[in-house]
Design a protein around this ligand. Structure first.
Ligand SMILES: [Zn+2]
Length: 206
């Protein structure tokens, strides 16, 4: 397909590559592909403000999930309380290095990167400024979206718990509750973010 000419405002459908002319939408409207019916884009009202607020909430939950106790294990009268980081360390020591790395990546590093980039993008834009490297950070954040897979971590955790439950009493603590809330809030933050707002701001600044 020939590339769109600058100023033409052409938009390719991400499902079938059909080219469309972009037009402004009213709040909550979505533009559908005329060929395959896939969603081209949506008009989220107040995208920047909502993404910023949800990302701040996600940051707070991420801190709570990592700083406060996550689970307590009771086995033969002995109770131990674990944080995510100590769980990663224990798994590593027990020889489960891939699982330890998966948990570290999906429960600490990926959400921290996601939240950090969301705040870096939306904070300055809300103040009417363009942060350095805005286009690159936005592209990187969009590429990282499929990797913000907190659910994978929860599945790994539940599978481990199911095994442990046979021999120990396992109780979720504040950190685990914060983590469950984090999954909901960060998913909401990701879907509230409309990258088209960023491209429009960059275009206007040229
Ligand atoms: Zn299409």
């Amino acid at each position: 397909m020939p590339p769109a000419l600058p100023g033409e405002q052409s938009l390719a459908c991400e499902h079938c590559d059909w080219l469309h002319q972009e037009r402004a939408l009213r709040a909550h409207e979505k533009a559908l592909c005329v060929r395959c019916g896939g969603v081209l884009y949506r008009a989220w009202p107040d995208s920047l403000r909502r993404t910023f607020a949800l990302s701040l909430a996600a940051l707070a939950l991420l801190v709570v999930a990592n700083v406060y106790p996550f689970l307590s294990f009771s086995l033969e009268g002995q109770t131990s309380v674990n944080r995510i980081v100590s769980g990663v360390f224990l798994l590593w020591q027990a020889g489960y290095a891939p699982l330890a790395l998966l948990i570290l990546f999906s429960s600490v590093l990926a959400p921290a990167a996601q939240v950090g980039m969301s705040l870096y993008i939306t904070g300055p834009l809300l103040l009417g400024r363009l942060p350095p490297g805005l286009a690159r950070v936005t592209r990187f954040q969009l590429a990282l979206r499929p990797w913000a897979m907190l659910e994978v971590y929860m599945l790994a955790l539940l599978a481990t718990l199911a095994k442990l439950a046979a021999m120990a009493t396992v109780e979720p603590k504040v950190g685990a509750l914060a983590f469950v809330a984090l999954i909901g809030v960060s998913t909401a933050a990701i879907s509230a973010f409309d990258p088209r707002v960023v491209w429009r701001r960059l275009e206007a600044a040229r």
